[in-house]
Design a binder for this molecule. Structure first.
Ligand SMILES: *Cc1c(COP(=O)(O)O)cnc(C)c1O
Length: 233
């Protein structure tokens, strides 16, 4: 299957999930996750209509950024080390993976240097998996309050989660529900640096369930590009 055919199939599934949930298609942004993919592959996806791409490594953003022309939006979706913020601060539209105040403060400092406000999501490890980054639900509340108070050049736009890997997406619906509840708690608050609009959840195996539960951004890699080969990198 080509990237184009895969995207057409995904588009139909997104539309059906929206229909089932009584939501509008425009409420859900498809982010093409391009980690391990070449700039040519990214460009092919962009030619097929992808407007937003997600990467989980700073180095891959640096390598591909200039090779992908046009007004493509870059999303940092992976764990971000504090000392690498400076390399991507002027390149990314949204950082999905803020889970510590130290990281938020560094983003704040670098954004201020560039005279910009950087949009971020708080990453929540909803299932409490040891292997994953992200804060728990209470930690997220604390972090939101701390960022709100201390980081004037950071704007919190919502939440992100990575659900546990599973063959049955129904098993992770509960985590999406929990995240949506937290999202709705904060959605009502409009402050200078907090404005909840994005709920980033759902990957190749579970994006339909995530959309049914309120995702506004789904991050899809394998279903668009096929299986990844990490040995190439
Ligand atoms: C790799 C990755 C994805 C995409 O995963 P697929 O299963 O290939 O769709 C989504 N989100 C994050 C944070 C990732 O690292």
């Amino acid at each position: 299957m080509s990237i184009k055919e895969n995207l057409e199939a995904i588009e139909e599934k997104i539309q059906s999930a929206c229909d089932r949930a009584g939501r509008k298609r425009e409420e859900v942004l498809l982010i093409g996750v391009t980690k391990t993919r070449t700039a040519d592959e990214v460009n092919e996806a962009v030619a097929c209509g992808i407007t937003d791409v997600g990467e989980n490594k700073v180095q891959e953003i640096q390598e591909k950024y200039d090779k992908v022309p046009g007004d493509v939006k870059w999303h940092m979706i992976g764990h971000l080390q504090t000392n690498k913020v400076k390399y991507i601060i002027d390149k990314v539209a949204l950082i999905h993976s803020v889970d510590k105040i130290k990281l938020a403060e560094e983003i704040d400092r670098r954004a201020a240097e560039h005279g910009i406000i950087t949009d971020v999501l708080i990453e929540v490890n909803a299932a409490g998996e040891e292997s994953k980054f992200g804060t728990d639900l209470d930690g997220a509340r604390q972090l939101i309050e701390e960022v709100r108070e201390k980081c004037r050049n950071v704007r919190i736009k919502g939440l992100m989660t990575i659900a546990p890997a599973t063959d049955d997406p129904e098993e992770v619906r509960i985590y999406f529900k929990e995240l949506k509840q937290l999202f709705d708690e904060y959605k009502a608050i409009k402050d200078e640096n907090i404005s909840f609009e994005h709920l980033s959840m759902g990957m190749s195996g579970d994006y339909e369930v995530a959309i049914e539960e309120g995702a506004t951004m789904v991050r899809v890699g394998t279903a668009i590009f096929g299986p990844r080969n990490y040995n190439l990198h």
